[in-house]
Write a protein that binds this ligand. Sequence first.
Ligand SMILES: C[S@@+](CC[C@H](N)C(=O)[O-])C[C@H]1O[C@@H](n2cnc3c(N)ncnc32)[C@H](O)[C@@H]1O
Length: 276
Amino acid sequence: MRDRLFYLISKYNLNPRKDLGQNFLVVPDIIERNIERAGVSEKDTVLEIGPGLGVLTDPLSKRAGKVYAIEKDGRIIEILQREYDWPNVEIIHGDAVKVPFPEFSKVVSNLPYQISSPVTFKLLKHEFEKGVLIYQLEFAERMVAKPGEKNYSRLSLMVRAKAHAELVERIGRGAFWPRPKVDSAVVILEPKPRKERIELSENLVKALFQHRRSTVAAALKKSSHMIGADKSTVRRIIEGMPHASKRVFQLSPEDVLEIENHIKNEGMPLNGIRES
Ligand SMILES: C[S@@+](CC[C@H](N)C(=O)[O-])C[C@H]1O[C@@H](n2cnc3c(N)ncnc32)[C@H](O)[C@@H]1O
């Protein structure tokens, strides 16, 4: 696999693009473990974001019923089309943040780290069984952080509202070529059953997490403009608000939902909270 990767790189004189996060996996064990973790079988339609030179796409195509691979770099699309003849792989040329995702049951990817956040939020808007994804280590740590922990952020809360996320393996820089400046980690992402998923006003969460170490009351006062309220309205809303004295980084998704419901009950309708 490693040999094939370097053969293709030299054959096509491919200069990896940093701005597209082109750090290719060169350790076959990691690829195998991730396919195992995803439990990919013929029943699955797998989505891969950023196939690169196909080191993951190739084994996925052998196990899955169907693979969709979204790739932005036209040079790579051309190489994939010339070098592989996968009967069940559909390559989509486009930006994974912008192109609509097809229906899929599993997502397995070594993600371009620049788009980790929008892609994760986009994935969580879809119905799927399981994701096995490689992220930058720090991002992965934020994804899985629990309320009250040092890394607990807006991302942690929004992921927690929709899915179970577990960091299952750390990966050193040497597992990639070219060697990146950061470490990586594998995260298993399993969306919660629909009934258990919590829909939150993104703007309320943003407004709160602008001030993650403040109390909820203080954060809302400081971010009043973000929820479309003036300071006196916020002062009124804070009266009797649940969790008002908690620090923002201690809030669970359930807590934020209670805050949101309180705001609505106080006569500020949800559509009063401007969604971006
Ligand atoms: C980290 S590399 C992974 C490549 C390959 N899967 C591997 O593991 O060796 C990320 C890949 O995503 C592609 N990419 C970068 N930004 C993208 C975007 N916005 N949409 C789709 N693909 C993108 C890059 O061109 C690159 O092929």
